[in-house]
Design a protein around this ligand. Structure first.
Ligand SMILES: [Zn+2]
Length: 661
């Protein structure tokens, strides 16, 4: 249970326990197996190695187990806590007692690194030990509160997953430290906005785990105090008072963590003003600023579209202007995309609309899975939609996935997101079950209305559109409202129920898309259901205001975005590929990449010949062109950059309307 909303007064649905959902086979199980087998141990090695990240070594120095100076990033502590979340899930679900023992050792180490007053951030503690003048909470870019927040989230999960309160006690002491810090900041009128504020979510989860009202109050105070910050910036989302927010702006990780935390506060306390903020900002994101892959935060660097032009409005790793969605320079930090999943999930718990899970699915199946190599050991920090080998500038991060980068926030964030994927499959209300991500799985369900038993889901989704449901291990039979998510892309399908009254099949059309289809099942013990979602290859176009995709299409099939890499363009170069308006020749074909079976799309496309660039001349007169046929292949966006050298890649292609193949 990532967010325990069982007692949250404004939650319409609640999650299942972590062990209530078991992945049995198929796509998501294979992803999670790679994360458990490869990613979790690889990240542990990176955090343990003093010569690489130095993170565990920093804790050891603080605890007196080692001598030396602080090294690594100031946010390394928080990133380690994120890894601990992924390790806890791995240890629990794999019944890995050795990993459990190591987690206990890390908790012991963190406890000994913590100061008696509850403070825990290694750079400052080592600075104090060495009396080098390092001060606490002097610079928001030291990420101390971010470190605290991730500790609290990890601690609440650890308590729920293991029943042990060892990490919870450490996190509670840290929260007590924050309580004093906010009181003093208020007295001195020196309030700061923490960057990447993970502590709103962290404090509220700590409250949910301990039921200590002080932590809920502290979260509310921390959120309200944002308005007391002097000289706020759009980059930090603190130029405007929070209740006036209507647009999504600034640093995307900061924004998504803020609104995820605000959603948590709303789940506990309500408040129309905050609900208006959440709904408006969410709407702005979906209408103007999200990529087709689910990536968000388009800009490396830029200027805020809002506020006073003459005052400092620089933003970084940020949302930009409406429709400003470049492909080659798409930033889309992995942490922002993970943050969006956390925010969308909390919005779903407030109001279980299919739209929220459509976003979670789009993000997780496309940009999040693209952030990690198929073998689970290399990562993207930024998630471009087009790669050109020589972009003409030095990007901040490599153009290909790497095992380690200095800023190591994204890999453990992604690891916990994927390790916890089974949490995103089912949610329940008093008498209903809601399907989130579709995956072959068994979920133990207990409804207040009476039913208790297992829902068994079988599917080859996202490659196939048939999803079947059966009810087994029934302890108490009773009516279930089974809410089937019909994604926004669905135009055709059916719902079939086989029960005491025989077989009933109801067609689905576009009017049912982007909504939940409520199936009332009177007698689960003798009923089976099947959902079929037709998945033809489709072309998706962007709003005409997105300059970089105007006149181009993206190939999609079901929930997956496809791309083309240079080596799959047949006889031609990627920049010459144009897609036929009629795509009748497109077929699907499974291929193996890095030992994973990947569904690809093959078919004839055009190669545009005769109108090439003239050196580096910026403009030229259009020359006569001719179109030649070539056989090409599209692979899922998540599978790109897994086959050797850096090759060009594109998601969007121009369409050839008049050509005949
Ligand atoms: Zn990151």
């Amino acid at each position: 249970m990532l967010t325990d909303t069982r007692f949250s007064s404004n939650a319409k649905v609640k999650p299942l326990g972590a062990c209530d959902t078991e992945l049995t086979e198929g796509f998501w199980k294979s992803v999670r197996d790679v994360v458990f087998d490869a990613t979790v141990p690889q990240l542990e090695n990176m955090f343990k190695a003093p010569e690489i990240s130095h993170v565990v070594e920093n804790f050891r120095i603080c605890a007196g187990d080692s001598q030396g100076d602080f090294d690594g990033t100031v946010f390394g502590d928080g990133d380690f806590y994120k890894w601990m979340e992924s390790a806890m899930y791995c240890a629990l679900l794999r019944k890995d007692s050795e990993l459990s023992a190591r987690i206990d050792e890390y908790i012991d180490l963190i406890g000994r690194a913590q100061r008696p007053d509850g403070y825990i951030s290694t750079k400052q503690i080592i600075g104090e030990m060495k009396k080098d003048g390092t001060s606490r909470m002097g610079d928001i870019n030291d990420f101390e509160v971010y470190n605290f927040g991730h500790l609290m989230t990890a601690a609440a999960l650890h308590y729920r997953l293991t029943g042990k309160d060892s990490l919870l006690k450490i996190a509670s002491k840290a929260a007590d430290y924050l309580e004093n810090m906010y009181r003093e900041a208020l007295e001195k009128d020196q309030v700061q906005t923490a960057v990447c504020p993970s502590h709103y979510m962290g404090l509220i989860e700590l409250y949910r785990a301990t039921r200590d009202e002080r932590y809920l109050k502290l979260a509310r105070t921390a959120i309200e105090l944002r308005d007391s910050v002097k000289n706020g910036l759009d980059d930090n989302q603190d130029r405007l008072p929070l209740k006036k927010h209507r647009k999504i702006i600034g640093h995307a990780v900061r924004a998504n963590y803020l609104y995820a935390g605000l959603s948590d506060l709303y789940l506990e306390e309500g408040g129309d003003d905050y609900r208006a903020v959440l709904d408006s900002v969410w709407d702005d994101l979906l209408r103007h600023k999200i990529y087709i892959t689910g990536g968000c935060g388009a800009l490396y660097n830029g200027a805020s579209p809002y506020g006073n032009f003459f005052k400092q409005q620089l933003v970084h790793q940020a949302y930009g202007y409406d429709y400003q969605l470049p492909n080659v320079t798409a930033y889309n930090e992995t942490c922002a995309n993970v943050g969006l999943v956390m925010w969308a999930y909390r919005m779903f718990l407030i109001e279980p609309k299919a739209e929220y899970f459509d976003v979670i699915e789009r993000v997780m199946l496309n940009t999040n899975l693209a952030s990690i190599s198929l073998d689970g050991i290399r990562y993207f920090y930024e998630n471009m939609l087009e790669r050109v080998k020589n972009p003409g500038f030095d990007p901040v991060w490599p153009l290909h996935r790497t095992e380690y980068i200095t800023s190591y926030c994204c890999p453990p964030n992604l690891a916990r997101n994927l390790a916890q994927v089974s949490e995103y499959m089912y949610a329940v209300s008093k008498k209903a079950v809601y399907l989130g991500l579709y995956a072959s799985s068994r979920a133990h369900i207990r409804l207040d209305s009476g039913f208790e038993g297992v829902i068994e889901t079988k599917t080859d989704y996202p490659y196939g559109g048939t999803i079947s449901f059966a009810f087994t291990d029934i302890e108490t039979n009773g009516e279930i409202e089974l809410n089937l998510r019909i994604p926004a892309w669905v135009k055709k399908g059916y719902v079939k129920v086989t029960g005491p009254d025989g077989e009933i099949k109801k067609p689905l059309d576009e009017s049912k898309s982007a909504s939940y289809y409520c199936l009332k099942i009177q007698d689960p013990s003798s009923t089976k259901a099947e959902l079929f979602l037709d998945m033809p290859v489709r072309y998706t176009v962007g709003h005409d205001r997105i300059e970089e995709v105007r006149g181009r299409v993206c190939v999609e099939r079901g929930p997956l975005v496809f791309c083309m890499e240079e080596q799959d363009a047949g006889k031609t170069a990627l920049e010459k590929v144009m897609l036929p308006y009629e795509k009748a020749s497109f077929t699907t074909e499974m291929i193996s990449i890095k030992d994973r079976e990947i569904l690809t799309i093959r078919g004839n496309v055009f190669s545009k010949e005769g109108d090439d660039n003239e050196g580096d001349k910026l403009y030229r007169e259009l020359k006569d062109v001719r179109f030649e046929k070539t056989d090409a292949r599209f692979i899922p966006y998540f599978a790109w950059d897994n086959r050797g050298d850096d090759k060009d890649m594109r998601v969007y292609f121009p369409v050839c309307y008049g050509g005949v193949l």
